[in-house]
Design a binder for this molecule. Structure first.
Ligand code: FAD
Length: 304
């Protein structure tokens, strides 16, 4: 039986794993995809103390290097369900069941979809959530970016260096991104912003995406023919594995206290999966450290 199993190897889970391992607990770190989580999809990080600028995948590589150097046990598994047995927990994964005294959930969140009928078929065929992953496919081509928050504008800046033309579709009459990003995007002469617009439909014709754009009154305003559509319209918490535990708020984010404890003893959570005010790398990492510290205390207490 493990002392603690950490689910999710984004920045929050890796930070928790580093603190847990260094406190001499018997730990396991589980990840269903690639280590690093969302930062793998971030072009440039400019607000991470200690680095005036670092590429997301480089930070992910450094973090993975650190868990290897600390010899933190790491498994590629997907956790499907957590069963609470009071003094221990059972994790049902896609391959096996794992027993642990406590668990730290650091499963983060994933981008929201547009909600179009044929959307799923078009992911990887022209629609993307990740400029850093797919941007290079659109060299000298025309793309649409959907959204007006920080991610949308930062990713538009990145795409403006690659694509011939970037059209930003913003649902309201103003952008929500920070002032600095808004000022910078206005200096790009290949970026155009359309306000009060959303996408009604996307069809494919001769490898081009034909995008029906509607205004606030739901009237078709325009048909744009582009090569790619990048979607940055918010996030959904990755909470499937806790659906049976009743530990989330109405939006699906896990509720924790200052010690990162949920209302169930021995179940902690940290990072973008929790309800909080600031979804950033530094907050996620510090919550990971706090979760591991109180997980250690919890394990000491039940061992007494
Ligand atoms: C485009 C973009 C730009 C950003 N720019 C910045 C920035 O400049 N500065 C900044 O501070 N922050 C930025 N952020 C936010 C920052 O990346 C996140 O706040 C942070 O990475 C969240 O880390 P996390 O570990 O909580 O979650 P995540 O990074 O989401 O990691 C969660 C991990 O858990 C895994 N997982 C999920 N479910 C399961 C399961 N059931 N079983 C096993 N594994 C599972 C996932 O595969 C994932 O790897 C940006 C985010 C995006 C998307």
């Amino acid at each position: 039986m493990y002392d603690v199993v950490i689910i999710g190897a984004g920045v929050a889970g890796i930070s928790a794993a580093i603190y847990a391992k260094r406190s001499n607990m018997n730990i396991l770190l589980i990840e269903k995809d690639v280590p690093g989580g969302q930062i793998n999809k971030t072009a440039e990080i400019e607000n991470y103390p200690g680095f005036s600028s670092i590429k997301g995948p480089d930070l992910a590589f450094n973090l993975f290097d650190q868990i290897n150097k600390l010899k933190i046990p790491y498994r590629a598994l997907e956790v499907l369900e957590i069963v609470d047995k009071e003094n221990y927990k059972i994790l049902k994964t896609d391959k096996e069941e794992i027993k642990t005294k406590c668990v730290i959930i650091a499963t983060g969140r994933i981008p929201k979809k547009l909600g179009l009928e044929n959307e799923d078929k078009l992911y990887g065929q022209g629609i993307s959530f990740c400029a850093i992953c797919d941007g290079n496919l659109y060299k000298d081509k025309e793309v649409i970016v959907v959204g007006g928050g920080n991610s949308a504008i930062e990713e538009s800046l990145y795409l403006s260096e690659i694509a011939k033309k970037v059209t930003i579709l913003n649902r309201s009459d103003r952008l929500r991104a920070n002032e600095e990003a808004q000022e910078e995007i206005k200096t790009k002469n290949n970026v155009f912003i359309m306000y009060d617009t959303t996408i009604k439909n996307i069809n494919v014709n001769n490898k081009k995406l034909i995008v029906d754009i509607i205004d606030k009154e739901n009237k078709i305003e325009n048909k744009l023919s582009v090569d790619g559509v990048f979607v940055f319209i918010g996030y959904e918490p990755s909470n499937e594995l806790v659906k049976n535990l009743n530990i989330t708020d109405k939006n699906g984010y896990i509720i924790v206290n200052k010690r990162m404890e949920t209302k169930i003893q021995g179940i902690f959570a940290c990072g973008d999966i929790i309800k909080k005010d600031l979804y950033q790398i530094v907050t996620s990492e510090s919550e990971g450290a706090i979760a591991a510290t109180f997980a250690k205390k919890y394990v000491n207490d039940i061992n007494k």
